[in-house]
Design a protein around this ligand. Sequence first.
Ligand code: SAH
Length: 397
Amino acid sequence: MAQIILLPGKERSAFKLHHPWLFAGAVGRLEGRARPGDTVEVLADNLRPLGRAAYSPRSQIRARFWTFDPDESVDDAFFKRRVAAAVARRQALPELCGQSGRRLIHAESDGLPGVIADQYGDTVVVQLTSAGADKWRKAIVAGLLKATGCARIYERSDSDVRGLEGLEPATGWLHGVAPDSPPSIEENGVSLTIDIVAGHKTGFYLDQRDNRALLGQLAAGKEVLNCFCYTGGFSLQALAGGAAHVLSIDSSGPALAQAQANLALNPQLPAVRAEWLEADVFSALRDFRKDGRSFDLIVLDPPKFAPSAAHAERAARAYKDINVLGFRLLRPGGLLMTYSCSGGIGLELFQKIVAGAALDAGRDARIVRRLTGSADHPVALNFPEGEYLKGLLVQAD
Ligand code: SAH
């Protein structure tokens, strides 16, 4: 096995904190030969062994630790254990009882950097985003089959981040064949069809499950505006919760078509109270302002404006703009449910942005609740980067 020897003084993050990423700037030298994804031994400059990691020569994250036990073998049995433990963690969560859509593996936070696995009924969708994860795909798939007994596994490794690792996109069936109809799930009593082939990410945003349930609890009798609605997850929960009217906006025609198909799957919901608008949220909200429209409850769940810290400043302006527009359309006493899923924007900064937006809109506002991703998207204590979804439920006078 090749060895990475760190520069003097660069072992702290691995040794003291067990942080799973080793940045290029910490690496002194590579002893031996390693190809992308190969397992390497990581040693401090005094040659004290720190653990075993997957080598990513093309990435600034030069290696991702599989284990901090220098004696643990990284082999098929290792992945079987890690995958089984991740699946068991979800089985132990009471809030997932009865949810047929769930995240099974949340990458670093489950000790499996570069590995995402989401289950939709009896179909599991995997996304492998690092060279190491890609290399061990067979073992990971075997582990998932054993731990879940699922009928089929589909790969959606088409995320941009693979390019940073020198990997081509990869999609297709890894186990089983395409079902006659796309998988569907039941989420908090609402049925949703998941487009695992062409939808975003693995097809659906499971991280917002708990927040969608919360919206349902808040929606009774309210006029709701759901911005960036994608396939209608928040919209349908608002209707289920007794909203008087739900206006949903997205710029994607296919997403809106799927949202409407999802509503049709739920004859128990009052479809007449739902309105769908294909538009750019920024300009639609400006138009609503001109028309003097207002709402009791507004959801802002935009796409990632800042993929990394380098984009933070421009992204901050976009978050500010959208939140100013939101506050301006909120009736007195109304609630704004606002999110950022940008890794480059921390919670503290996001709160400042939203506070600035309220001020610009001339609103006196307070946080009623802080919102995070659902329980199947845990954040490892030593991996704060795993906390990408930040949300605030804000009430404005
Ligand atoms: N809230 C959704 C997930 C939102 S994903 C859920 O719970 O499932 C972000 C969505 O924003 C995508 O559907 C994308 O099509 C849409 N989008 C991106 N930019 C947009 C814009 N400027 N105006 C309107 N929609 C936009």
